[in-house]
Design a binder for this molecule. Structure first.
Ligand code: GLY
Ligand code: MN
Ligand code: MN
Length: 453
């Protein structure tokens, strides 16, 4: 059933997780002095003239609301009578004819589980009242100058009223620090979405493997990925897809994606979809002609074993850097064995010589943002892993041409990246739907029949 005001196709939103997150955030605020938090969503950004970049809500705001429209702010009042208030665009049939559906405050009240809703036009007038006599103002500062200015204006309006006995917040704190800690441990709803996002991305990588062959352009592979993402319901790529063949694989953030692939090339694809606000992040590297050459195989096997070693370290209680340290040891030893590095393993690690070939880290938190919220160190120490954390495991090896490197290794760039959920006793890869072992990749590519999908 739907009303005239609701778009017929919008699925019912389960608001319980959002209500629960707001309650948990308010509890954290209360433990830190109470106060009021105001969190805006992201602004729309012009691209050129009348065109805008595709709209993407702010990750913090959406985490707390599930509300996807621009021009919205959530306010959370802590203390003995907590309250969740949404400011959003008003209904406007004229604008809705041009730009689409607007929920409006009345509908948002029930549908999103708020205690109060107002139009966004009411914000500047109501914000000083919300801040008055509150001990702490919580927000995110330094991210959007327009927002900083708006909050400052409201704060000064409270200060200007001091002689009437109103007390302004004496403490201003970053709400992101509290939200980052919450976002680091994914709840059940989040894990369900992330598993689905990972499965869609894994399917997309399989599709790309089946489609690749010499003569195909990188952008055609990118098109296959986008097709797989969108046709499975994902809203967008979580980041710009990297489709890097041959020498391009050694450019870590290559995004031109416009080279025609040749027989003998490796193809490195780093691509993941975003689903309902959650990222996935997968990299696979495979030979365009379906068969790894001997040097490609040698280097690939080192990276694969590094990934296995890193994965084995992901368990509750292990610290953040242990998977990276394990991957570095395997890569450094492998490169010594192949003659690309010389010296002892400890010496190569201590001097950092391996960084010539492995210059990035082995992972990052993954969630609403592809490089997700959450500190990696606490009190100067690497943070221990805990169930519900989600991270990538992405060792790599990149060999650029140089006089001291045998030519058959030149231009080989390899990364293998999977997404791991820390469980009670280890970790779960949620990106297992796309092969990573050499014989499995070659078998899938044989199935491809050169582009027949
Ligand atoms: N795709 C971004 C990353 O792997 O970190
Ligand atoms: Mn990554
Ligand atoms: Mn990636």
């Amino acid at each position: 059933m739907h009303t005239m005001n609701a778009p017929a196709e919008s699925p019912a939103l389960d608001i319980a997780p959002f209500v629960d997150r707001r309650a948990r955030l308010i509890a954290r605020m209360n433990a830190a002095g109470g106060g009021v938090a105001v969190i805006p969503t992201a602004p729309e950004r012009p691209r050129n003239r009348d065109a805008h970049y595709p709209y993407r809500f702010d990750s913090y705001f959406h985490y707390l609301t599930g509300f996807g429209e621009p021009e919205a702010v959530v306010a959370l009042v802590a203390g003995a009578s907590p309250k969740a208030i949404l400011f959003c665009r008003e209904k406007n049939e004229e604008r809705e004819i041009w730009d689409g559906y607007r929920c409006g405050p009345d509908m948002a009240l029930a549908r999103y589980g708020f205690d109060e809703t107002w139009t966004i036009g009411d914000l500047d007038q109501r914000l000083p009242d919300l801040l008055a006599d509150q001990p702490v103002l919580w927000s995110g500062f330094g991210y959007d100058p327009a927002w900083d200015e708006r909050v400052t204006r409201a704060l000064n309006a409270v200060r200007a009223n001091a002689r009437a006995g109103t007390v302004p917040p004496h403490s201003i704190r970053d709400i992101h620090a509290e939200l980052d800690e919450m976002r680091l441990i994914k709840d059940a709803t989040e894990l369900t979405i992330m598993r689905r996002a990972a499965a869609i991305s894994a399917d997309a990588h399989c599709r790309a493997m089946r489609f690749a062959h010499p003569g195909v352009n990188e952008y055609q592979i990118e098109a296959e990925l986008l097709h797989a993402f969108r046709s499975a319901g994902s809203q967008a790529p979580a980041y710009t897809s990297i489709v890097a063949s041959g020498p391009n694989a050694c450019v870590l953030h290559y995004v031109e994606n416009n080279r025609t692939m040749r027989d003998g090339d490796l193809l490195l694809i780093d691509a993941g979809c975003e689903l309902d606000g959650y990222a996935s992040d997968i990299t696979r590297t495979f030979p365009v002609n379906g068969r790894f050459s001997a040097p490609q195989r040698d280097l690939y096997q080192i990276v694969l074993e590094a990934q296995h070693a890193a994965r084995a370290e992901i368990k509750p209680g292990a610290h953040w850097n242990e998977p990276h340290e394990a991957a570095v040891r395997v890569i450094a030893q492998g490169l010594i064995d192949l003659g690309l590095l010389s010296g002892s393993l400890d010496g190569v690690i201590e001097k950092g010589d391996y960084r010539r070939f492995y210059m990035h880290r082995t992972g990052h938190w993954l969630g609403r943002d592809v490089h997700d919220a959450g500190e990696y160190k606490q009190a100067g120490e690497w943070r221990p892993l805990a169930p519900g954390m989600v991270m990538t495991v992405e060792p790599g090896c990149y060999v650029r041409p140089a006089a001291d490197i045998p030519e058959h290794f030149w231009h080989i760039g390899i990364r293998i990246e999977d997404d791991a959920v820390v469980t009670d006793n280890g970790c779960d890869y949620i990106t297992d739907g796309v092969p990573r072992e050499i014989d499995e990749i070659e078998a899938l590519m044989r199935e491809g029949a050169h582009g027949d999908l």
